[in-house]
Design a protein around this ligand. Structure first.
Ligand code: HEC
Length: 129
């Protein structure tokens, strides 16, 4: 590649990653004012053992592990890509996907939907890693 092609490719990659970061910010903002969310609270929620859901999935870490930079595993043993944005830049860029899995996983773990605040805290935590 010529030098100018390399510069162009680099600029396009930077633009694409800026657009992805903007999408993620918009998804978090849809749950409330980002200034009101807490990564520490999100971490505590993600790691806690909850009651009310299915006994075999008491925690988000049951599948995603306590290390979001690492690969997780479904109950059936299939790998789940890392949840930390630093390890997996594609995380939390499609609002429909985020909502679908929050609904499903919160019901499994807590027996209810997560609140907007819980979702904002979890996304803030996983985006901060
Ligand atoms: C039974 C296993 C399991 C449990 C327990 C679980 N998850 Fe998940 N989660 C998955 C799978 C499978 C996916 C979809 C595959 C993927 O995104 O890599 C997923 C995806 C997600 C996504 C969408 C990620 C994206 O890129 O948009 C979010 C958000 C999420 N989980 C949050 C949670 C939270 C919060 C909890 C705890 C309340 C939790 N999960 C508990 C298996 C689980």
């Amino acid at each position: 590649m010529t030098r100018s092609t390399l510069i162009l490719v680099g600029a396009l990659a930077a633009l694409a990653s800026a657009a992805v970061a903007a999408d993620r910010r918009a998804i978090i903002s849809a749950y409330g004012d980002p200034a009101g969310f807490s990564a520490a609270r999100g971490k505590a929620f993600f790691e806690a053992r909850h009651t009310g859901g299915k006994p075999e999935t008491p925690s988000c870490t049951t599948c995603h592990t306590a290390n979001p930079r690492a690969e997780g595993r479904t109950r059936a043993g299939k790998p789940i890509a890392p949840m930390a944005v630093s390890a997996n830049p594609e995380r939390f860029t499609d609002p429909a996907k985020v909502e679908k899995w929050f609904r499903r996983n919160c019901n499994s773990v807590l027996g209810r939907e997560c609140t907007a605040k819980e979702k904002g805290d979890v996304l803030t935590y996983l985006s901060s890693l």
